[in-house]
Design a protein around this ligand. Structure first.
Ligand code: NDP
Ligand code: ZN
Length: 175
């Protein structure tokens, strides 16, 4: 519990100047907290390593945080899970999206849980509070890409996979 609170404080500090892309520019930290909430309270995941990794999952990718810093603060297991769900920002966007689909099946079970929660929460965000400038077509493409990533994650937690499928039902209709 203390480590989970430490991770929440750490992530809140690291993401302190960032906002989500919705019209209200919600505080970024709402997103990692939503992942941990979905895992713990919808998926009944009690593994604190998974919950801590969920809280930290976007720190390496989106803030000035190194793998070594996470190892020092939270231990190697947590840090490695965060690394597993981190895109290589040196690659073009389309390539990163392709690699997520390709890599999903090969990551660890704990990283699969974090990634599954990330996709659940992002579909919910796109349905309820989408990036302000996204067309319906772009939202639909994101839903289908998320589904392709989740195809590689399946088998690790059927109840959370069903929750993803439920979130996918909110895919916007074509105009
Ligand atoms: P982005 O990757 O730029 O944005 C999606 C990501 O933003 C999510 O994965 C999430 O990541 C984060 N995010 C922040 N706020 C929100 C929110 N409110 N709702 C949901 N997600 C949020 O966009 P795309 O996934 O579309 O990737 C870019 C790709 O799209 C490129 O390949 C590009 O070629 C293509 N593109 C398509 C267009 C189209 O109209 N079809 C137009 C322009 C580009 P996290 O969990 O990490 O926070
Ligand atoms: Zn995320």
């Amino acid at each position: 519990m203390n480590m989970l609170i430490k991770a929440t404080a750490f992530a809140a500090y690291k993401h302190r100047n960032q906002r989500r892309k919705d019209a209200d520019s919600s505080p970024y930290i709402n997103h990692p907290i939503a992942l941990a909430d979905a895992l713990a309270n919808e998926g009944d995941v009690g593994d604190e390593v998974v919950l801590i990794a969920a809280i930290l999952h976007d720190t390496i990718e989106d803030t000035e945080t190194s793998l070594e810093e996470l190892v020092a603060q939270f231990g190697r297991e947590v840090a490695e899970i965060v690394a597993e769900v981190t895109d290589d920002k040196g690659l073009p966007k389309a390539e990163r999206k392709r690699l997520q689909v390709e890599h999903a099946v090969h990551i660890s079970g704990k990283a699969k849980l974090v990634k599954l929660a990330d996709k659940i929460c992002n579909l919910r965000d796109i349905a309820a509070s989408p990036p302000a400038d996204w067309s319906v077509e772009r939202k639909r493409e994101y839903f289908d890409w998320a589904k392709a990533v989740v195809a590689g994650l399946r088998g690790v937690h059927p109840a959370l996979e069903a929750i993803f499928d439920k979130a996918y039902e909110a895919k916007p209709s074509a105009v």
